[in-house]
Design a protein. Sequence first.
Length: 369
Amino acid sequence: MLFLKFHHNLNLRRKTYKTMRRIIILTLATIVAIPLLFSQQKRYPVFGVAFYNLENLFDTINNNGKYDKEFSPEGQRQWDGKKYWSKVHNMAFAISKLKTDITPMGPAIIGVSEIENITVLQDLVKDPQIKDKNYQIVHHNSPDRRGIDVGLLYNPRLFRVLNVTHHSLNIPDMPYFRTRDQTCVTGLLAGDKVSIIVNHWPSRSGGEASSRHLRVAAAQLCKHIADSVLATDPNQGVIIMGDLNDDPFNESCAEVLGAVKKHKDAKEGGFFNPFWEVLDKGIGTLAYKGQWNLFDQIIINSNLVGKDRSHLKYFKCKVHNDVPEMKTTEGDRKGYPLRTYSGGVFLNGFSDHFPTQIFLTKEIIVKNK
């Protein structure tokens, strides 16, 4: 009897021990599993923001404008449907080449200039080479005497438009002066608020010095727009882009905009021009008589500069001068952008400018489930 009682107690103890062991194992497993369940992974996606002067992207319809008549079937350039669609195809090819290893979807945003109207942009974004990007269009008819405008293309999967404004440049002592309006597009890129100001400042027609005051005035207008959007939200990013018809060191950019050469010198509320050092290396976007200029600039405010990657920050920039098809291959203009016409001869090229692009990145925390 005593033996049976002892044996029963021993079995009970063994069962209790096994039960406690299971509880301990389950508890330890839970403790280990909880951090794994809620562990986080950091990612750094990159977003491209580009600009491209499309060099006289006109349709074939004569709207009784001086420059417009030139780009018509009856005009000097005999601008017919075949040439037009070839130009659209070439522009789409160039834009498709803005895709990089770190931006496989292509640029999120592309500012453009020298476009006649919204129709040419609609034809452009439908081209099979870029149709899959589903680029949306921001466009406004400017009062420019040549009949050309600026515009913005954006990938709606990457950028969401919140607001658009257009601003005319008026010169007090030149009441009949007409040029391209500046377009400001505010939206969300990677969840961050960003305002992009697209420009095509007055040309150097008549000489750089005699036309300088026009670009200084354009820079003053652009700075006013930037200050206005920052007054509504001082924390947002501001991107000034366009064919400025000036180099980074010129008065309009370096003094009026106050865009500095080195990012470490960008003071709070100020601007940084990443393409200044690019030009210092002898790299430009257009050339004349062996001299390279970098008129196609993308300038950013101090909010987009720094090491805090919890918000969009500047990563690097590029002049897209490495596509062989887009370059002149022989003669004294070898290496120059291959333009549509040269000396009145149709070259079936692209543009007299190379595109430019900056790359922004942001830290994204992904929770593992």
